[in-house]
Design a protein around this ligand. Structure first.
Ligand code: 0RA
Length: 638
């Protein structure tokens, strides 16, 4: 097939193209964020997003993703197929162009909603550049067309025409390049499954299946939701108790954008609002969420006044009151989405704020009126929340007043660092007083602060904010961190840019870590979004080989070590308190030698599920969840 090489030597255009892909290979992080597991999975998202774009355009109903036994991934769709005809100017097939030209996303037509400009949407050519091998098969114009690439370079000048077929579609199979993905080239089933499930929720009626051929027998799951976002809200509320029966489902389509909202209030005290723009999870919110919140607060207050549930003398319900216990999914489709923020997951388009607000200002009052018995229950819940907020305000006043007085206000147990530069400062939240001693001795007191917390902190998943704020440990954490919480949260006020959780490597330690993460996730999520939250990795074992001491992270590490040194006799640390300061410094605190794991919440729906199940009321469910999701729970434990 490559015998024609001599005849079709590369022209100047091909050289620029290949230089483009070479740039991707030289600086992959610029295109896919990282070359770690996250970047690796981005390759799959990119290909799947293209197929979903085809579905959004109305041409594709089925997508199948297969994790192949040999480490590759195959994505099959039944869309129109990437065009294969020869482009007059480039003298190349459109397929070749799409796969070898940066940002030739391929959607030549105007007006389609695509994820371009987002975290994904870098173009399938980036996948090609970072794949050791990629095979594209297109069913189009009555035939199947195949073209193969190696590290972005086409093996044949043009796609090769194969047998006749009636149906249309695209199949992309690729094998990630181990030269690029040096950490791992293994795809994580749950990560892929969660994203595909999310895409199926967001695209009502689109059938997405996942096959894992690495398992024996192969595992297969199909995601298809006729109810779309309504099904999504019911899924999120599996661990919660709804206070009204119907999931609110509202949608509007205009010439320039679309919005769909589904929501339901529950007995929970926290809000679970997920938002998406062109299928990208906008963790950091943005204009669509702002428009939603404004319209929601107004609609509930107007209804409450109209039905005399709020009296003239009563103040308005605040946004926080109205959103207590609310589970909502907001999805917008925008023609030219602008993604901003720390992680490019904040929607910036200003026109979308008023579009969403106006659409909901019309539809929400209609719903509340139509389902008025349910709406009354919702308002009751909001009024109860308002009363609790009053108590919370008083408690918060105390923490806030304290924080104004700087040094005296900081928690007494905090051993602060001397630097006042947050970018250089680190806060270690340390479990137990016995561990805090060595940590204080070991630390670099210029940049490292130590905050000991005693025993279990309050589970904020089961308590209102007011109660949480009365808890001393929680107050201490909030004042030390400096950002405030809830609607007062301000990332710019963070006193440290690294908040490091340091807990024992045992069950209690992992429980405390989960409680801390729940507090941060529910009330100070901006810290996680900013990438300020870390988990320290203290070793569990110390082994001596001759005169050399080795520290091993966990049982797995010990097992591996024993394969090479079968005779070793390890000491197991029962807790951080057993380590001497030098050991603690060297293994866990010294920036030069330690490993920190950054806490990331890429998958918000999964995080919701994890926190509500792990920290919620239903014990049987929690047990089942832990058994089924040992790995996800470990993700919290890291
Ligand atoms: C360019 C143009 C058209 C479709 C596509 C690309 C396309 C790309 C991918 C990637 C995965 N699956 C895909 N399916 C389609 C429009 C073609 C037309 O106008 O017929």
């Amino acid at each position: 097939m490559t015998s024609t090489r001599g005849a079709d030597s590369y022209g100047a255009k091909d050289i620029t193209v290949l230089e483009g892909l070479e740039a991707v290979r030289r600086r992959p992080g610029m295109y896919i964020g990282s070359t770690g597991p996250r970047g690796l999975h981005h390759l799959v998202w990119e290909v799947v997003d293209n197929a979903v774009d085809e579905a959004m355009a109305g041409y594709c109903t089925k997508i199948e993703v297969t994790l192949l036994g040999d480490g590759g991934v195959r994505v099959v769709d039944n869309g129109r197929g990437i065009p294969v005809d020869i482009h007059k100017k480039t003298k190349r097939s459109a397929l070749t162009t799409v796969l070898t030209t940066l940002h030739a996303g391929g959607k030549f037509e105007q007006g389609a909603y695509t994820v371009s400009g987002g975290l994904h949407g870098v173009g399938v050519s980036v996948v090609n550049a970072l794949a050791e091998r990629l095979v594209a098969e297109v069913r189009r114009d009555g035939h199947i067309w195949t073209q193969e690439f190696h590290r972005g370079k086409p093996a044949t000048k043009n796609p090769v025409k194969g047998r006749a077929v009636k149906k249309t579609g695209t199949t992309i199979t690729f094998w990630p390049d181990p030269e690029i993905f040096t950490e791992t080239t293994t795809f994580d089933y749950d990560t892929v499954a969660s994203r595909l499930r999310e895409l199926a929720f967001l695209n009502k009626g689109l059938e997405i299946s996942l096959v894992d051929e690495r398992a024996d027998p192969a595992v297969q799951e199909t995601f298809l939701y006729k109810g779309g976002l309504v099904d999504f809200v019911q899924y999120l509320n599996e661990n919660r108790e709804p206070i009204h029966r119907h999931v609110i489902d509202l949608s509007d389509v205009s010439d320039d954008a679309e919005v769909e909202v589904a929501m339901q209030w529950t007995k929970s005290y926290t809000e679970a609002i997920l938002s998406f723009a062109n299928n990208i999870n906008t963790h950091e919110g943005g204009t669509h969420e702002e428009g939603f919140r404004k319209a929601l607060t107004k609609a509930v207050n107007d209804f409450a006044r109209k039905k005399n549930l709020l009296k003239d003398k009563d103040p308005n319900l605040t946004g926080e009151d109205v959103r207590e216990g609310l589970t909502a999914v907001i999805s917008v489709k925008v023609r030219q989405p602008q993604f901003e923020g720390q992680t490019k997951t904040k929607l910036g388009n200003t026109e979308i704020r008023s579009y969403v607000e106006k659409a909901l200002n019309r539809m929400l009052p209609e719903w509340l009126e139509r389902y008025s018995p349910e709406a009354r229950r919702i308002v009751d819940k909001c009024i109860t929340a308002a009363k609790a907020r009053e108590a919370a305000r008083k408690a918060r006043e105390i923490t806030r007043r304290k924080s104004l007085l700087e040094s005296t206000s900081l928690p007494g147990k905090l051993a602060d660092c001397s630097s006042r530069d947050p970018a250089r400062s680190e806060l270690f939240i340390v479990e137990g007083d016995s561990a805090a001693g060595p940590a204080k001795q070991a630390r670099d007191s210029e940049t490292q602060a130590i905050l000991p917390i005693r025993g279990k902190i309050l589970n904020v998943e089961k308590a209102r904010l007011a109660k949480a704020l009365q808890n001393q440990e929680i107050q201490g954490i909030i004042t030390a961190v400096g950002t405030g919480i809830g609607d007062d949260f301000d990332i710019a006020k963070a006193r440290y840019h690294k908040i490091i959780m340091l807990t024992d490597a045992d069950v209690d330690g992992s429980h405390i870590r989960t409680l801390l993460l729940t507090l941060l996730f529910r009330h100070m999520r901006g810290l996680i979004d900013a990438g300020y939250v870390y988990i320290a990795q203290p070793p569990l074992y110390r082994v001596k080989v001759g005169s050399k001491v080795h520290y091993l992270k966990d049982d797995e590490a010990l097992e591996e070590f024993r394969r090479e040194h079968p005779k070793v006799n390890p000491t197991r640390f029962k807790g951080l308190g057993e380590m001497n300061p030098d050991e603690l410094w060297e293994t866990t605190m010294n920036p030069e030698t330690r490993t920190l794991v950054r806490v990331e919440m890429e998958d918000a729906a999964r995080a919701e599920e994890i926190f509500s199940t792990l920290m919620g009321d239903d014990v049987a469910r929690r047990k089942a969840f832990i058994q089924q999701n040992a790995k996800d729970v470990r993700f919290l434990d890291v």
